[in-house]
Each structure stands twice: as structure tokens, then as C-alpha cells.
Design a protein around this ligand. Structure first.
Ligand SMILES: Cc1ncc(COP(=O)(O)O)c(C=O)c1O
Length: 376
């Protein structure tokens, strides 16, 4: 049987990884400045993570959501402490798209409305309502297009209000910093205005923190910089450091009832053990502080680069915006310098999404390689 060929692949076969390095079958070492697309938070194969998962699978890897699972409770408690999102409720699932799917569904249950407001250049996943709220017609199939979604320019509160006042929109879904779209972020005034409008028109505000959450920006959640309180926060990627897990944090004003949401695999023992160990390492190794320090170091060094139009993003969700398309540069970085970087919808943006454990010496090595390529 052949694989369904949907991914353009780099000709590299990683077989093991350790912290910020990935190794191929010939033991060639690659510096991972991509983190498997913002997934690797505490570093590859962190010993704490490996033993948490190994111990758990040797005891109980999975049982259904019909029984007590104290690991879910422990995960919810630890998440509340580290995120400072007091009194939210946690529903666990398996991926980012699923988190957003549940967030949108819950919003619609909550207020009985059915339209969605999303933003230009957004990415929220590839499933039903999540892909409909994604601003990329190429990945929206006719079956998804049945969802009624309005797309508004990021920062345009007037258009938001014009739509919300028709009283048909169940949710506004927003990435506080757009990931795939290219790291755009609006002003605090905009995010606070959005929160006010959502309250005024009884619309659920969903913060999609699938990519930006779990410390990636140096805050636990990216929206916290703007001092807002979303009704639902969706999480995934960094949450499991590669183990598939996602979830939504639900404000106490939204009440649960039996059967409202559900999943077979979501919140299983193994996934909870993985995510708990991620939170423990984030706390003990002060990875949010590290994200802020290394980010400042990176930004300072980037200022010396030729052909750079701007530096986008914050924390370790960064992008170098050049005056040329970066696809060739990314290939050179991989094949000549053995460094993984990321791309975005904007072809000129080189994305940097490393494990939050990255150190200055890795950034130094990256800039040596990058300058060599830019000057050649
Ligand atoms: C902001 C955001 N939301 C949702 C998703 C979808 O997550 P997943 O691929 O786990 O379904 C992504 C994936 O890149 C994302 O960046």
C-alpha cells in the first residue's frame, strides 16, 4: 500500500532526537529551530518526559472516559496554576483542530447561534468548523463550506461590530498571534475592544492558543499580554511535546451537562502523564523566562542581518521577514548547515519555533550559518 501523498517531503529521515537536536539514520545532527511546527516545548526526549510516559504505559495507557481518571484532575490543577487561568474547566481531546471544533460547538450550544467570525489569514485546523474558520479556500471542501463564517481584517473592530450586531454569531475565534498566517498581531486596544463587543453581543470569544500557548511566547498564553479573559481557550501542540493531546479551557460562565462533549481517546492516561511532565519541566526549568531571554538575544542579533525587512512575533514564536522568498534559503539551511526552520503563508518569512530549552550558543550557530548564506 502506498501513502496518500499529501505532504511535499524533505529528503531527511530522523531516527532519534535529544533536546534541540534531531539525528538522521547516518547520525547527522540537525539543529531543530522548527520544533516539529511549534510542537516540541521541553526539548526532544526529555528524561522526565520519557520516564513519565514509560512508567504510565507500563501501568495503564488507556481506559475510557467512563471511569475516574485522577491524571486528568492533576493535569487540570497544574494547568490552572501555571497558566493563572483561575476557575476555568478543562475538556481534553487529541489535536488542535479537535480543540477548536469542540470550542466552536460548545459556543453554539451555549448561546444557540450558528455563525462564526474569524480573521483574514487565520488557521484553525482542517476539520469541519475549524477549517471553515480558516482563511484558505484551497483546504476548504464543499462539505466544510456549508458553515457560515465571516472573515474580517485583523484589527477591524468596526466590521466586527457590524457582524455581531445581527445577533447570529455564536463565536469569534482568533489567534492572538497568527501562526501559519505569518505572525501578525494587533494592538491591545483591538483585543480588549473585541472582548467588549463579544460580551455586548453575547458572542463567545475563543482564543486559539494551539500554537502560541504553553509558554511559546514567553507568557503562558499569548492573549495574556493584552489582559483579556477569553470564554474558551484552545490548546494542543506544546501541550504534549509531541504526544497527541489537545484541549479547551472553558470559562466558569459556561456550564457543562452530561453528553455535551465527548471523545474516546481524549484525556487518556498516557496523554495526561505526558502533558503533566511537560508542565513540570516548564516550571522547574523556568522555560518561560528562557523563552523571553533567548528571544531578546535573537532579536538583537537579527538586527545585523542584510536584506531583512522586519522581525515578527515574540518569545520563541519568531519570524525573519526578508525582501525575497525564503524557500531556497530554508533548503540551504537544512542541507548545508543542518538546521530546520519553518515557513509561513508569507513566502518571505523564515519562521523560528525551537524547543523552549534552546540556548544562546544555538542561536549563535544559526546566525553564523544564516549570514554565510545571505552573503553568498
Ligand atoms: C493556531 C492553530 N490552530 C489550530 C491548528 C491545528 O492543529 P492540529 O494540526 O493539531 O489539528 C494549528 C496547526 O498548525 C494552529 O497553528
Amino acid at each position: 500500500m502506498s501513502l496518500f501523498n499529501v505532504y511535499p517531503l524533505f529528503d531527511i529521515t530522523p531516527v532519534k532526537a535529544k533536546d534541540v537536536y534531531v539525528y538522521d539514520e547516518n547520525n547527522v545532527e540537525y539543529l531543530d529551530l522548527y520544533g516539529g511546527h511549534a510542537v516540541i516545548s521541553i526539548g526532544h526526549s526529555h528524561p522526565r518526559y520519557v520516564s513519565a510516559i514509560s512508567n504510565q504505559v507500563s501501568k495503564l495507557g488507556f481506559y475510557s472516559n467512563a471511569i475516574q481518571n485522577p491524571l486528568q484532575v492533576a493535569l487540570a490543577d497544574k494547568l490552572e496554576t501555571l497558566s493563572s487561568c483561575k476557575d476555568y474547566q478543562l475538556f481534553l481531546c487529541n489535536s488542535g483542530a479537535e480543540a477548536n471544533e469542540n470550542a466552536l460547538k460548545l459556543a453554539s450550544f451555549h448561546n444557540g447561534k450558528s455563525k462564526v467570525l474569524a480573521f483574514k489569514n487565520s488557521f484553525h485546523g482542517r476539520t469541519s468548523a475549524a477549517v471553515a474558520a480558516t482563511d484558505n479556500p484551497k483546504i476548504v471542501a464543499p462539505i466544510n463550506a456549508q458553515q457560515d463564517v465571516n472573515f474580517v481584517e485583523l484589527g477591524d473592530l468596526i466590521s466586527v461590530e457590524n457582524i455581531l450586531k445581527a445577533n447570529q454569531t455564536c463565536a469569534v475565534i482568533i489567534e492572538c498571534i497568527q501562526g501559519v498566517g505569518g505572525l501578525d498581531e494587533s494592538t491591545t486596544e483591538f483585543y480588549q475592544g473585541l472582548e467588549t463587543l463579544c460580551k455586548q453581543y453575547k458572542t463567545v470569544l475563543i482564543a486559539d492558543e494551539v500554537q502560541s500557548g504553553f509558554g511559546r511566547t514567553g507568557d503562558f498564553f499569548a492573549f495574556q499580554k493584552h489582559n483579556i479573559t477569553p470564554d474558551i481557550i484552545s490548546i494542543a501542540k506544546g501541550m504534549g511535546n509531541g504526544f497527541p493531546i489537545g484541549g479547551i479551557l472553558i470559562h466558569p460562565s459556561i456550564k457543562p451537562s452530561f453528553g455535551l462533549l465527548g471523545t474516546t481517546f481524549g484525556g487518556n492516561h498516557l496523554a495526561c502523564a505526558a502533558s503533566l511532565s511537560v508542565l513540570e519541566v516548564i516550571e522547574e526549568e523556568k522555560l518561560l523566562e528562557n523563552a523571553i531571554d533567548i528571544s531578546a538575544y535573537f532579536i538583537e542579533k537579527a538586527k545585523e542581518l542584510p536584506r531583512l525587512k522586519g522581525i515578527k512575533g515574540r518569545g520563541l514564536m519568531l519570524g525573519l521577514d526578508f525582501d525575497f522568498p525564503v524557500s531556497e534559503l530554508r533548503k540551504q539551511l537544512i542541507h548545508k548547515h543542518h538546521m530546520f526552520t519553518g515557513s509561513a503563508k508569507n513566502p518571505n518569512l523564515l519562521r523560528i519555533l525551537p524547543p523552549l530549552t534552546i540556548q544562546k550558543k544555538h542561536i549563535d550557530a544559526f546566525f553564523v550559518a544564516l549570514k554565510k548564506e545571505l552573503n553568498s
